[in-house]
Design a protein around this ligand. Sequence first.
Ligand SMILES: CC(C)(COP(=O)(O)OP(=O)(O)OC[C@H]1O[C@@H](n2cnc3c(N)ncnc32)[C@H](O)[C@@H]1OP(=O)(O)O)[C@@H](O)C(=O)NCCC(=O)NCCS
Length: 145
Amino acid sequence: MDRFVIRPGIESDHEDVKRIAKECNFLSWSKGSVRSWAKTPGSVFLVAEIDGRIVGFILSRTVLDEAEILVLAINEKYRNKGIGTLLLLRNLQFLGDQKIRRIFLEVDVANEMARHLYEKVGFKVDGVRKKYYDGKRDAYIMSYN
Ligand SMILES: CC(C)(COP(=O)(O)OP(=O)(O)OC[C@H]1O[C@@H](n2cnc3c(N)ncnc32)[C@H](O)[C@@H]1OP(=O)(O)O)[C@@H](O)C(=O)NCCC(=O)NCCS
């Protein structure tokens, strides 16, 4: 595969990030909200880039000694190549350096690939939020200590 780099996201990445969020049907993230979240104090915004093109991103936020992973998305053409794993690991490393004690997230129970990825790096399922997505689909609550 082409070489990719992981780096902090910048303002000019936002259009690409919105496009990827839209491709993943993360509609609430494709309408400009990534830009405002990324500017919020405590946000951690990393992108994966190949040949000047953004192919994935992760956005998390910290509050005191806890953090939440809000969204992780990879362009469909670039999935299953280890990019999501690396983005997640870099994010965990960054949060660890900030002395974050606990990281949590929600993931659709039907999203086996994402659950596999999160468990692979050490997240554990803590419980289920019923009808979390669109008032219909359940979500696992996962955490990493
Ligand atoms: C989930 C997502 C971020 C993963 O990114 P990625 O770059 O494709 O992930 P990686 O290539 O690093 O790792 C994929 C892992 O899933 C495994 N996998 C692939 N298909 C799978 C499936 N159907 N079920 C379970 N595991 C699967 C791969 O074998 C690999 O695991 P391994 O490293 O142990 O072999 C990406 O698929 C994506 O953007 N999905 C849409 C958005 C999304 O669902 N985001 C997560 C919720 S916020």
